[in-house]
Design a protein around this ligand. Structure first.
Ligand code: G4P
Ligand code: NA
Ligand code: NA
Length: 190
């Protein structure tokens, strides 16, 4: 998606640890008009799918998921990373390994909002190591729901997440795939 690539080049910043900072429009300050275009693009790419729920993970995935959900006219469910009194006792849960933090964390979704009749589209801002997406897939499986695809805003093609997820036969649509990057330079996969 050219608009996204232009945003990454003009407003993104690559720091020394191979992290692309996009906090000017996606991860901290949110450019809603721009995200609306992202929402439209995912709708176009998955228009053949009878999506009933959009599933994401807090925090950064939520804004993107909401924009996509407007076009499918379905609810968004975000998996929670923290225990909360407000969450129902009956939950689907999975463990997600974080490479950046070198530890596992648990994600949870109430059984009330996901069931075997659902056709689920997973949406997230980044695909790096793929552990968050695989954790969400496990929750979809526990619910007996069908995963119809995964929509990613920015895939880091030099990390193994994209291969891991696609090797499971899951359809992944990434709006921009980064082949390589260093400070001042981002190379996209054509
Ligand atoms: P992964 O296995 O799910 O791919 O994630 P990993 O542990 O590698 O990354 C940890 C967090 O960092 C994730 O957000 C992920 O989206 C984000 N991330 C990975 N690479 C980049 C990057 O190059 N730039 C930015 N801006 N973020 C990146 P999270 O822990 O789920 O946090 P949240 O921001 O959604 O709350
Ligand atoms: Na993030
Ligand atoms: Na995220």
């Amino acid at each position: 998606m050219q608009l996204l690539k232009d945003m990454i080049v003009t407003k993104g910043r690559v720091d020394s640890e191979h992290i692309l900072k996009v906090d000017g429009f996606l991860n901290h300050q949110i450019d809603v008009q721009f995200l609306n275009e992202i929402g439209k693009e995912f709708k176009e790419r998955f228009k053949d799918q009878p999506v009933t729920k959009i599933l994401t993970i807090e925090a950064s995935g939520i804004a993107v998921a909401c924009m996509v959900a407007q076009y499918f006219e379905v609810p968004v469910i975000f998996a929670k990373k923290t225990e909360s009194k407000n969450l129902d006792a009956a939950t689907y849960e999975s463990q997600v390994y974080s490479f950046t933090k070198d530890r596992y964390y648990k994600i949870r979704v109430s059984k009330r909002y996901l069931g075997s009749e659902d056709k689920v589209l997973i949406i997230d801002d980044f695909l790096a190591n793929g552990q968050a997406v695989l954790g969400l897939k496990e929750i979809v499986d526990q619910a007996g729901a069908e995963l119809v695809g995964v929509g990613i805003v920015i895939e880091k093609g030099f990390q193994q997440g994209g291969k891991l997820v696609r090797d499971q036969g899951i359809r992944v649509e990434s709006l921009a795939i980064i082949e390589s990057m260093k400070p001042g330079e981002v190379v996209f996969r054509p």
